[in-house]
Ligand binder design. Structure first.
Ligand SMILES: [Fe+2]
Ligand SMILES: [Fe+2]
Length: 261
């Protein structure tokens, strides 16, 4: 099975001809499945883009922060749950007879780096859920931590329900460890880390890997827009997708990798 991984493709930045070209490039990978780790579009077009990808191959995806822009988390999640040939991945499901896949969006949960960072995210202006905390740093951090906790709880429950497996593939948007948070070939600095790492899901993944030493866990994530591989445990590897240093990110979606599973 050929599974082609895409992340942070931000298709809303493409004009129709560039979009068709990108789809042709994806088709050229001859995928049996697409794995998409978020930041596909924005609230009013993410479902359309997922639907178009799903015409290329069965599409398994999670959402990123940008997918909620100009909308709310709840509404976008509902909308993308009903697209033919596409699965918003949550509970574990078999991808092949020896690979199980589980998904969770993750959220930058303000638990590492510098919480008084001057870096401001558009999320706080453009996602409805942040409306009440927009101008209140403490309330914003509390909300970010709550969102991270919700993601971690969902992931923990999904892993608890998952059957035993040789290989587990985890689709998530936000890097679950600071070491996996890469930009321009370098680890992200303290000003970006709080918004670009989901410490809560990282803890759940580490616990799972330690208590399942016979399972090889591979995490696919994005969000930080750099490329990296981080071995968090002997059996837990995190692959962060993005762009090499100096290459345009927005408006220039890449195929990250086609995995032979
Ligand atoms: Fe992104
Ligand atoms: Fe993102």
């Amino acid at each position: 099975m050929r599974a082609t991984w895409l992340t942070d493709i931000h298709l809303n930045f493409l004009r129709p001809v560039a979009l068709e070209k990108f789809y042709a490039r994806v088709r050229g990978e001859q995928p049996d499945a697409l794995l998409v780790t978020g930041d596909i579009g924005e609230a009013d077009n993410v479902a359309r883009f997922v639907g178009e990808l799903a015409q290329i191959a069965p599409t398994y995806f999670v959402l990123g922060n940008h997918d909620y822009y100009r909308g709310s988390i709840r509404n976008v999640r509902y909308e993308v749950s009903r697209i033919p040939n596409a699965t918003y991945v949550g509970d574990a499901r078999a991808l092949t007879d020896h690979v199980l896949m589980v998904g969770v969006d993750g959220w930058g949960d303000a638990r590492c780096g510098d919480p008084s960072s001057p870096v401001q995210l558009s999320d706080w202006k453009l996602i409805d859920d942040f409306r009440k905390v927009r101008d209140d740093r403490d309330a914003r951090i509390e909300l970010l931590q709550r969102l991270g906790n919700n993601e971690a709880r969902a992931l923990r429950d999904r892993l608890a329900r998952a059957p035993a497996t040789e290989e587990l593939l985890v689709l998530t948007h936000v890097p679950p460890f600071p070491e996996a948070c890469i930009y321009a070939d370098e680890p992200s600095d303290d000003a970006y880390l709080p918004w670009f790492t989901c410490i809560a899901t990282g803890q759940v993944l580490r616990e799972y890997a330690r208590s399942h030493p016979d399972t090889r866990v591979t995490v696919l994530c994005g969000h930080a827009h750099g490329i990296g591989v981080f071995a968090a445990e002997d059996n837990l590897e995190v692959r962060t997708g993005g762009w090499p240093k100096g290459v345009d990110d927005y408006g220039n979606p890449l195929v990250q990798l086609t995995l032979e599973l």
